[in-house]
Design a protein around this ligand. Structure first.
Ligand code: SF4
Length: 303
């Protein structure tokens, strides 16, 4: 499968069309849609977020599923996936030392239970898919497109499958233990975001957007059409314009919802009696292409 990205993925700043003046990832767009203040805390204030055990488990399971497809098809067994859990966790902790802080030094039972819980999610994966029968076209692939001449949209796909007839299937692994209804709209928004990028770069509307809920061992398929993606594109552009306006006015309001239970920033949120930090002085002049010059959140890091 040959991708036809509109920019050079290795050197995005140099290769960006001159008209592009901002970039947006599905995670950050979904933040603003969910709660403008959450967007501010994450994208403007850049408040630190301590990874939760659940997020770490998601990152680990995504890593195992990515590596699983490195194996020859016949070797992609539940046992092989289980065998990848420990080594992948060691690799992640080496690359992201903050993950080590999730467990007290010497808390081997805690770590072992965590690894077992990741393995249990992988069992959920094998209940809904047989990876021996699949040959993904892409895994953890950075895709991007320019919409409305000015906005670069980009993000990482968990997996892209391409059928012999060229049909595309975008697959997203969901590992969170949160109630699905609390996050499904956000998950679908992200998948449509990827579908829009693929449509704009390859001229093909993905036939299926698939959410794989590993905890529940369930599959949720959605089939978009071009009209819908056209409307979605307008929504994304309007969302970006709303972000620009909010930034110019320094006005990001909290929008409380069930998702607040998973928000790292209640202590700073007026909806919970907190006070936001002073608006960063240079936020209005912040580099709107900053995200295009750095690696966006990887799949699994946002669950
Ligand atoms: S606690 Fe809720 S309302 Fe406040 S910033 Fe987080 S998501 Fe928004």
């Amino acid at each position: 499968m040959t991708a036809e990205p509109v920019i050079d993925q290795q050197h995005p700043p140099a290769a960006l069309p001159a008209t592009v003046r901002a970039s947006l990832s599905p995670s950050r767009a979904a933040d603003f849609k969910t709660c403008p203040l959450l967007y501010r805390f994450r994208s403007i204030d850049r408040l630190p977020e301590r990874p939760s055990v659940e997020q770490a488990r998601g990152t680990l399971v995504h890593a195992v599923l990515e590596r699983l497809f490195d194996l020859p098809a016949g070797g992609r067994t539940p046992q092989a996936a289980g065998d990848l859990v420990g080594p992948q966790w060691d690799r992640l902790v080496t690359e992201q030392p903050e993950l080590a802080g999730l467990f007290d030094p010497g808390d081997e039972p805690g770590t072992a239970e965590f690894l077992r819980s990741a393995a249990a999610l992988l069992e959920g994966y094998f209940a809904v898919e047989d990876p021996r029968r699949l040959e993904p076209a892409e895994r953890e692939s950075l895709i991007s497109a320019v919409v409305d001449d000015e906005l670069l949209i980009r993000g990482y796909l968990d997996r892209l499958d391409v059928a012999p007839d060229g049909a595309l299937r975008v697959v997203d692994y969901k590992t969170g233990g949160a109630p699905r209804e609390a996050f499904e709209a956000r998950a679908l928004f992200q998948l449509k975001f990827y579908a829009l990028v693929l449509w704009r770069t390859r001229g093909v509307v993905p036939r299926v957007l698939r959410l794989l809920y590993l905890k529940d061992a369930e599959v949720c398929d959605y089939s978009p059409d071009a009209d819908e993606l056209l409307r979605f594109e307008r929504t994304v552009v309007a969302l970006w314009q709303a972000i620009e306006q909010a930034t110019a006015r320094q006005d990001f309001r909290p929008r409380p919802s069930r998702l607040c239970d998973w928000c790292n920033h209640q202590a700073h949120c007026p909806a919970f009696g907190g006070t936001p930090p002073p608006f960063p002085e240079r936020a209005g002049a912040a580099d709107p292409l900053r995200d295009a010059r750095s690696r966006p959140a990887t799949p699994g890091a946002d669950e």
